[in-house]
Write a protein that binds this ligand. Structure first.
Ligand code: NAP
Length: 293
């Protein structure tokens, strides 16, 4: 099962669009749906077929990939009117690239199987828009081993690191660990940029100066220049999308009776942005919280 597999794609936002384009470039036949139809245009120009609903995607495809904002959106595309469950049938699979809570992923997998017999692999991604464009995403998967094995060759054009972490929900739990690291790092990067400016050194040169040292990272290389320039168009994501993940991680920690004090503090920085009406902006906007008015 490879390029001959009929794929579906639901949710072609910042991440979903470059992922779907890479699947088309790899030779897959793709049926796609997006709530806002216009965003499908670049895919249709490259040979994708538009569906009228998520149910129609599920009827046309053997494997339906999803990349939407949050668990509410995932539930809507799976179980809403004309959702995937209404068009799915046994033997077909959903691969959910969205980042949602592990318990929500387990619940969706159980409901989908009971409702239409489809399997679900939770497969959240890390690497941002640049990783989606280059096909270098890290994908952490949860679900039955035979389902994950079916998905592996299909995502080869998206990722060289596709790791099964356990049963349903394990991919999402791993993504939350990823977000503990990335979500805490971005406010810290903003502080480093601010200190460079206050110390009179060129903040825009930090990525080059620190390249290869222990402080180097992809977020440093991608976000520090945006922060130093106070310029983040086009956006690579939204602060509120990160906050959703950090709140899911904090809720999981509470549920398991552990403390994550660094993460709690980091989450407060994104919450502050959100309260100021800036939650839709790129996370590089965190630098603004450190600027004098
Ligand atoms: N951006 C990143 O750097 C990044 C990195 C790794 C993982 N992620 C994760 O990837 C997922 C997508 O993120 P993104 O940055 O691509 O977000 P985005 O650009 O805002 O795209 C979100 C997508 O979800 C769709 N959607 C939202 N609510 C919906 C609903 N109720 N019903 C149907 N469709 C709905 C949107 O449709 P419309 O076009 O109609 O709005 C759009 O296609 C999120 O779970 C995010 O946490 C993001």
């Amino acid at each position: 099962m490879n390029a001959a597999t009929r794929l579906g794609f639901i949710g072609v936002g910042l991440m979903g669009r470059p992922m779907a384009l890479r699947l088309l470039d790899a030779g897959h036949r793709l049926t796609a749906w997006n709530r806002t139809h216009d965003k499908l245009v670049p895919l249709l120009a490259r040979g994708a077929v538009a569906a009228a609903s998520p149910a129609e995607v599920a009827r046309a495809a053997e494997v339906v990939m999803i990349c939407v904002t949050d668990q509410r959106a995932v539930e809507q595309v799976l179980f809403g009117p004309d959702g995937v469950a209404a068009g799915g049938s046994p033997g077909k699979l959903v691969v959910d690239f969205s980042s949602i809570a592990p318990a929500a992923a387990r619940d969706c997998a159980a409901r989908l199987e009971a409702g239409c017999g489809m399997g679900l692999v939770d497969a959240p991604v890390s690497g941002g828009v640049p990783g989606a464009e280059k096909g270098t995403l890290a994908i952490m998967a949860g679900g039955r081993a035979e389902h994950v094995d079916r998905v592996r060759p299909l995502v080869a054009s998206l990722s060289q690191h596709f790791t099964r972490m356990g049963e349903s929900g394990a991919g999402q739990a791993t993504k939350l660990c990823n977000q503990v690291i990335v979500g805490s790092l971005l406010p810290v990067l903003a502080e480093a940029v601010r200190l460079a400016e206050a110390a009179g050194v060129e903040a825009a040169m930090l990525p080059e100066a620190l390249r290869g040292g222990w402080a180097d990272s992809i977020p440093l290389q991608v976000f520090a220049p945006r922060m130093a320039a106070r310029a983040w168009d086009p956006p690579l994501g939204a602060a509120d999308t990160m906050l959703k993940d950090l709140d899911n991680a904090l809720a999981l920690a509470r549920e398991r009776g552990i403390e994550l004090p660094m993460l709690r503090d980091a989450a407060q920085r994104y919450r502050l942005l959100s309260e100021r009406g800036l939650g839709g902006q790129d996370p590089a906007a965190l630098i603004g919280l450190l600027d004098r008015d």
